[in-house]
Write a protein that binds this ligand. Structure first.
Ligand SMILES: O=C(CO)[C@@H](O)[C@H](O)[C@H](O)[C@H](O)COP(=O)(O)O
Ligand SMILES: [Zn+2]
Length: 204
């Protein structure tokens, strides 16, 4: 027999989680609103110049990396041209070979060495800011002349310290991995919306 808390305790827990998420949402809006506009401008300029966006992350952030590339390649909310984006989290043969023959830390950087071009942007996603393979991806992107937009949380971690002038850190105002992931998805949807509005004109 599962040892679940009584239903009213579980309902209260759900209310607390919603409240925590709403608090993280409001605090992140306060700190990141202007930076989101700047990050969208960076992505728009990259796409208009004919470059592409690579994305990476681990676990839930791998899902976010794919979510973002899918919304660019396919569509977000409106019909428009397909946009070039590649999630570096999906090619299982490539991923297993790199992890097996080199090191898990090189999972994304090796692919950036192969695919990254000057002017492309890396969307680097890490809730802690400390995943070694995402740090190496940032370094590899810089070596290829790419810009970086980092989605982080907590204190920004090692990734925040690796960023250069012209890069952009979007940091969720929370120390909970789950709440940070919720903010990251909102960041991604804001960026997709601003890109789409730029291409098509603001929606009604
Ligand atoms: O989704 C979750 C937890 O909500 C986990 O899968 C989480 O993404 C993984 O533990 C990641 O390895 C965490 O990496 P990072 O966000 O610190 O870079
Ligand atoms: Zn979405």
């Amino acid at each position: 027999m599962p040892n679940d808390a009584p239903n009213n305790d579980r309902a209260r827990l759900i209310a607390t989680l919603f409240e925590d998420s709403a608090r993280a949402n409001a605090a992140t809006l306060e700190t990141m609103q202007d930076r989101l506009v700047a990050a969208a401008d960076q992505l728009i300029a990259c796409l208009e110049d004919g470059h592409k966006i690579l994305s990476c992350g681990n676990g839930g952030s791998a899902g976010d990396a794919q979510h973002f590339s899918s919304e660019l390649i396919n569509r977000f909310e409106r019909e428009r041209r397909a946009l070039p984006a590649i999630a570096l989290t999906t090619e299982s043969s490539t991923l297993t070979a790199i992890a097996n023959d080199y090191d898990y830390d090189r999972l994304f950087s090796r692919q950036i060495e192969a695919l990254g071009q000057r002017g492309d942007i890396l969307l680097a996603i890490s809730t802690s800011g400390n995943s070694a393979n995402v740090c190496e991806a940032v370094t590899a992107a810089h070596a290829r002349g790419m810009g970086v937009i980092a989605l982080t949380g907590k204190e920004g971690g090692r990734i925040a310290a690796l960023l250069k002038d012209g890069d952009c850190e979007l940091r969720a105002a929370s120390s909970s991995t789950a709440r940070i992931q919720e903010m990251h998805l909102l960041f991604i949807h804001c960026l997709c919306r601003l890109i789409e509005d730029h291409l098509l004109g603001a929606a009604d």
